[in-house]
Design a binder for this molecule. Sequence first.
Ligand code: ARG
Length: 589
Amino acid sequence: MKTTIEIMSEQLGSAFAEAGYDKDLGRVRTSDRPDLAEYQCNGAMAGAKLYHKAPFLIAGDVAAVCEKHSEFVFTAAVMKPGFINLRVKNDFLADYLKMVAADPHLSIPQEEKPKKIIVDYGGPNVAKPLHVGHLRSAVIGESIKRICRATGNEVLGDVHLGDWGLQMGLIITELRHEQPDLPYFDENAESFPEEAPFTISELEKIYPTASAKSKEDEAYRAEALEATKELQLGRKGYMALWRQIMKISVADLKRNYERLDVHFDLWKAESDAQPIIPWMIDDLKKRGIAHEDQGALIVDVTEPTDKKEVPPCLIQKSDGSSLYATTDLATVVDRMRNYHPDAMIYLADKRQALHYTQFFRVSRIAGYVDKDTELDYIGFGTMNGKDGKPFKTREGGVMRLEILLDDIEAEMKKKIADNRNVRSEDADETAKIVSLAAVKYGDLSNQASKDYVFDVDKFTSFEGNTGPYILYTIVRIKSILAKASEEDRAAAEGCALLPADGEAGKALMLDISGFGAAIGDARRELAPHKICAYIYQLSNDFNRAYHETKILAEENDEKRRSYLSLLRLTERVLETSINLLGFSAPDHM
Ligand code: ARG
């Protein structure tokens, strides 16, 4: 269905044409001055240059035409120097909202040409615990996946596990030092035990130990590099060990992502690209795209318009081993062959921007992605502590995601117990739901590229621009609807809406009429924060209307049912929105 802005732009455009001006000047947008108008058009100002006429006169001509058209959905007023201020007619607004209520997509615009999109997010590294740095990728990526899906696209989320780089060599090396007699290290061994030689918590200790040693001990590091290369070449024992590491890590990662309500369609890993790498290296060499430089293989990717130098992309190290760009490039080839996506969207820390510029360029130069296949990179900022530095534990270590979530849930449980709206047996479950909303909304309400401060007190507050506040609004609506009679509820479900009878009700109705446009913006700009801003405004306007209106106590049946219809629609829009953000609401809180 059309957005209200589209409907108004068409009508105002036809008024421009009827008054003798270009109809494209009639483009409508939300007002910069909500105190003066709901929507506005600045076309008369642009027209002034074209027609050598004062904008005020042009606007006046157009407004005069509008007055003749009683079917227009707005009223127009001229303001100096030539703004056309618009107000939506109340009866149209009520009719429009009924259409929203009846639309299977609740007015979310559907892609004209649906795309096949792969969202590459999460990106955890096996054998390393999920830490807060991976939280942003998971949270933002999940939301982007859901937004793209809701707008009619076919979307696959791929976790793209980091399992093929130096960290694997480090783990193998450390294990070899700790337990040299394991069959995995015997070059002649043919079969390997079923059981893994470690538990997940043991495994998670191995990596930090190895990483620390490699920074101090040259020989140790060389050993790890060698092990990485041998793994990539398919050494039997290392492959068997790698499989054990994968099995244990992936089970643990799945549990963690489940808790975050983050779901991947594909559990692919860097190593899945390995079968393509030899072919790709050969292909890049043969076609003269890659060349040797001090033993390594590189591709020049500079472009004449570069303002900053973009160094060549390193495809293979001098010892023949693969790098981050190698697996990412081969993964692109694999995805094009097996999925033929129209777009690939990557999420990673913005400090990785150069890597994406480089391997995107190689993909284009080599023709590994179709011309019409989009490559998008969303670089997100750092999650900082209150001291403005990257978020750490109290002891200064890397904060494990699980611990962070445990802390917030405990905090939230206290709050919920104090409120006493929730039965004690439901407190744990409710605390989980509300905490997840607190964490995700706290993240998503910031523009992805910006750093933000992870402020538990603020995020868990039931007031202000927070997840719990949004949930509180939904719960409030649910509880009013639960108290309504069955007939009233049925009427609300069918959207028995009357035109607004006051400013607060109208503001709320205007918000709801802008739902489709808000989701359309979020899709176009891949920007979940737009949805947060939208539902915050909607919640504020709802709560204002709620305080100004008696709802269940209203004696006029039609009026009461109209209010309840508006409540129900607000609830549907809020629930749909939070689902796109990746969290849900409890029944009580
Ligand atoms: N494993 C990487 C990291 O921890 C993120 C992977 C992002 N995805 C990709 N295709 N490079 O930084």
